[in-house]
Write a protein that binds this ligand. Structure first.
Ligand code: GLU
Length: 415
């Protein structure tokens, strides 16, 4: 199968939306490309004394609605086009969640699994040094993403503060609570996704207490999704996986025990009391809800017809290709598209920014309540658009988001 370029996919999705809402050519031309991007080379002293140079990127896709916002990924297969696509999706995500923010994304080509904590810290600080003058609460606010976490954000924040000589906690979000992080940021992506699953289940008449679930990926989003499906809904988790492979048990898996096992062994594979299953087979399991929570391009024209789930809740960014979308729509699968389903992370990041500005911090309950309101409103704006335009949920999500960004560009006089 030919690898699909994620940026071309994102442009294809936008083109389809532009056609549907009859978007003018000038606005479309602006929205098809990032407004700004940075390519950086980061020299890092490795533990063996050598110096290695890592390539990094930061893309500020569109800031019509406010400063750009989006995570930083550390991944060996990172490319500028993946970051461009992810930055575009952040633009739609923030607009759909009705946040006063634009979209951005960053990445560094590196393999964090082969690096020590010291090397990761020096790499994070090197990244901060090279982008610190171009980020911050009025410009562009990074956050965690694939293989980065609250610790990474603390290093980046600390480095930027040292350079500016000021306490600027709001320069990044997803920080540890001890240094300006928000309560409820850790499970926000998964929790936000749960609220959209709850609304989708109501719409489709699915009883979540009896529902079965398969989750691809067991990082931050995947683990919390498993745990919350259990605690919020009482659904049964039949299968989970990570990059090394998956595990299956038709009686249900215990998310906390698997997390403990993964912490010890580095993977979910060979977990006792479950049978092995490949990442490919997991996607095709007979379950009510499928939750892709890992990387892009896993549901494609090649396997979409074999998907048996009633709901696909995309906690990952870009897991489904446009070819797959058409097949899923024909087969009546209800897709909660990525930039709706996984918006909870950036919603609570936005709450973190607000708290940093105010220097006053909210309780976890307040955060959950406000997150629920935002996600529920976003879900219903997409469902309404899907009905209005008789189209699938992804294209419907685009119509809502793109019109909001287009309006901001118009009133600012850009187009
Ligand atoms: N990396 C997350 C995302 O893709 C969160 C971004 C943020 O909090 O800014 O939505």
């Amino acid at each position: 199968m030919i690898e699909q370029n994620p940026f071309e996919i994102s442009q294809k999705q936008l083109d389809a939306c532009a056609k549907l809402i009859d978007l003018d050519a000038g606005t479309l031309a602006v929205l098809r490309e990032p407004l700004r991007e940075f390519h950086v080379s980061l020299p890092v002293r490795m533990d063996d004394g050598s110096v290695k140079v890592f390539k990094g990127f930061r893309v500020q896709y569109n800031d019509a609605k406010g400063p750009t916002k989006g995570g930083i990924r550390f991944h060996p297969d990172e490319t500028i086009d993946t970051i461009r696509a992810l930055a575009a999706w952040m633009t739609w995500k923030c607009a759909l969640a009705d946040l006063p923010l634009g979209g951005g994304k960053g990445g560094v080509i590196c393999n964090p699994r082969e690096m020590s904590q010291g090397e990761l810290e020096r790499l994070s600080r090197a990244y901060a040094q090279s982008v610190c003058h171009f980020i911050g609460p009025e410009r562009d606010i990074p956050a965690p993403d694939v293989y980065t976490n609250a610790q990474t954000m603390a290093w980046i924040m600390d480095e930027c503060c040292k350079i500016s000589g000021k306490s600027q906690f709001g320069i990044v979000t997803g920080k540890p609570i001890a240094v300006g992080g928000s309560a409820g940021r850790d499970d926000a992506t998964a929790r936000g996704g749960m609220y959209t699953i709850r609304e989708a289940a109501k719409e489709l008449g699915i009883d979540l207490k009896k529902a079965t679930v398969a989750i691809q990926g067991y990082g931050n989003a995947g683990y919390f999704a498993a745990s919350l499906c259990n605690t919020l809904f009482g659904s049964k988790i039949l299968a989970v996986s990570d990059s090394k492979g998956g595990i299956f048990n038709k009686e249900g898996l215990n998310p906390e025990e698997i997390a403990a096992y993964k912490r010890e062994t580095g993977s979910v594979i060979n977990y006792p009391g479950a049978t092995p299953i490949s990442n490919e087979d997991l996607l095709e399991l007979e379950v009510d809800i499928l939750v892709p929570s890992a990387l892009e391009n896993v549901i494609t024209g090649a396997n979409a017809a074999n998907i048996k789930a009633k709901i696909i809740a995309e906690l990952a960014n870009g897991p489904t290709t446009p070819e797959a979308d058409d097949v899923l729509q024909r087969n009546g699968v209800h897709v909660i598209p990525d930039f709706l389903c996984n918006a909870g992370g950036v919603v609570v990041s936005y709450f973190e920014m607000v708290q940093n500005f105010y220097m006053y911090y909210w309780s976890k309950e307040q955060v959950h309540d406000l997150l629920d309101k935002k996600m529920t409103a976003a879900y219903h704006s997409v469902l309404d658009a899907a009905k209005k335009y008789s189209t699938h949920m992804r294209l419907a999500a685009y119509t809502v988001a793109v019109q909001r960004v287009a309006e901001a560009m118009k009133v600012r006089g850009w187009v």
